[in-house]
Design a protein around this ligand. Structure first.
Ligand code: ZN
Length: 452
């Protein structure tokens, strides 16, 4: 008896967890945190509908928090199996999980000190020691080669583009083939290799972040350059909230290309995220996993000022000269970018520039939807700065590119499950799959078991 159950990223973009069950064998594909709207975040505190100790293995497609951030909690609740991932994903997960655990501990401590938690005492979802224990459970998997999973299943990773180490997972079990897209990147990304097709599958689980959108085909670097130049002419600063792993490195490269073309003179770039700085170093360690020439990348990195400590970060907020500040988190839900937004949003000369997907309920989405004020650290901040978006700089395929990846299957699958999208995006991609490919497609309901 074979079945699939999505425990997250079903009708939403975060909390990716897909459970593949065959007899007594349970394999969990991705194990992410819910982010964004409060009712979603609260799901991180509910027990899963499956006992973690009954899960035999986790397959991790990539190390963004919404795909790996629940892993330490899974171990705390009894999971003791291996976690299969590419070597680069394991290294990225180390940055992401240790940072996440540290933030969880700090938030709980802050809530206890200020006494504003319903829970007494407020507890972290997990601690740094739990994240360390999780990292010890990782089993690095080479690209393209079949690897044995529990229960006689096999796993094969192919490149998904998106971010360093990101993979699509083919899992063969009980004579059936499953293809999990993971998060798919863009086919012409300047940093990542393009997504690879999976030749055949009986069941496909595909992401749909931009299932209802087509990215602008114009060069996003041109839009980036224009936005910065327009802001600098006004004497303003451009604040770019960026995912520390993925977008921050692409932005560094694109800004360097603009400088090489003689643009952005006298507008310095600051990377204010210790995690993004470490992630930049990982590109050097995993040189085969991206397209950048080491010498170019060295030059691109040399054109950036790295801000490591908090005092220097605060000084940057106080500096009123035109400049570019790249800082995490990418959806402006936390991190150092918050005090830059607090400092720069009130002045109309500045620009807040979003380049990645902004989930419902996040500060980034509210600002893009036109919010004229935003609450940061308990204080209302008025937003008079320009708020701009270049979605084509995103690390996610648009709907045409999702269709292109799906057209790589040489025979029609029996069913496609459309996940990892907000309801309109998933529904739009589901309709497009049925209309253009005539394949049965379903947007799964969270925690519903689909027998196959
Ligand atoms: Zn991702």
């Amino acid at each position: 008896m074979l079945s699939l159950t999505s425990l997250g990223a079903a009708g939403t973009v975060t909390g990716s967890k897909h459970l593949l069950t065959h007899g007594d064998t349970r394999i969990l594909i991705d194990c992410g945190l819910f982010q964004g709207l409060k009712n979603l975040r609260e799901l991180n505190w509910q027990r899963l509908p499956v006992e973690p100790r009954d899960i035999d293995a986790v397959v991790l497609t990539h190390a963004h928090l919404d795909h790996c951030g629940y892993l330490p909690r899974l171990l705390l609740d009894g999971f003791s199996g291996p976690i299969f991932a590419t070597a680069a994903t394991r290294d990225v997960a180390e940055l992401i999980l240790l940072d996440s655990a540290w933030l969880q501990e700090k938030d709980a401590e802050f809530a206890n000190r200020k006494g504003f938690s319903k829970h007494k005492p407020a507890l972290p979802l997990y601690r740094v020691a739990d994240a360390e224990r999780t990292l010890a459970a990782f089993r690095p998997v080479p690209w393209h080669r079949p690897v044995a999973l529990p229960g006689g299943a096999t796993l094969r990773f192919r490149r998904a583009g998106h971010i360093l180490g990101a993979a699509s997972a083919q899992i063969d079990v009980a004579g059936r083939t499953f293809a999990f897209s993971g998060d798919l990147g863009r086919y012409d990304d300047p940093v990542m290799h393009p997504p690879e097709a999976v030749p055949e599958a009986d069941y496909v689980v595909v992401e749909s972040t931009y299932g209802n959108r087509r990215h602008d085909r114009a060069d996003p670097v041109e839009a980036l350059g224009e936005t910065i130049e327009r802001t600098a002419l006004r004497g303003g600063t451009v604040v770019i909230p960026a995912f520390a792993v993925g977008r921050a490195q692409t932005l560094i490269h694109e800004l360097w290309r603009l400088r090489e073309a003689g643009r952005l003179r006298n507008v310095p770039t600051y990377l204010d995220s210790p995690m993004a700085t470490s992630a930049t170093e990982l590109l050097h360690r995993h040189a085969a996993d991206h397209k950048l020439d080491p010498a170019d990348y060295e030059a691109a990195c040399a054109a950036v000022t790295y801000v490591r400590d908090v005092e220097a970060s605060k000084a940057l907020s106080a500096n009123r000269y035109p400049k570019i500040v790249i800082s995490a988190s990418g959806m402006a839900t936390g991190g150092r970018v918050l005090h830059h937004i607090a400092a720069f949003a009130p002045d109309h000369r500045n620009t807040l520039l979003f380049s990645g997907f902004q989930a419902a309920g996040t500060r980034g989405r509210k600002l893009l939807d036109g919010a004229r004020e935003t609450k940061i650290y308990g204080q209302w901040v008025s937003v008079n700065a320009e708020v701009a978006e270049i979605p084509s700089l995103s690390a996610h395929a648009d709907s045409d590119e999702l269709m292109r990846w799906l057209s790589g299957f040489r025979r029609p699958p029996q069913r496609v499950f459309v996940v990892h999208g907000e309801p309109e995006a998933s529904e739009a991609l589901r309709e497009r799959i049925q209309r253009e490919l005539d394949w049965p497609a379903t947007v799964p309901l969270q925690n519903r078991n689909y027998p196959l």
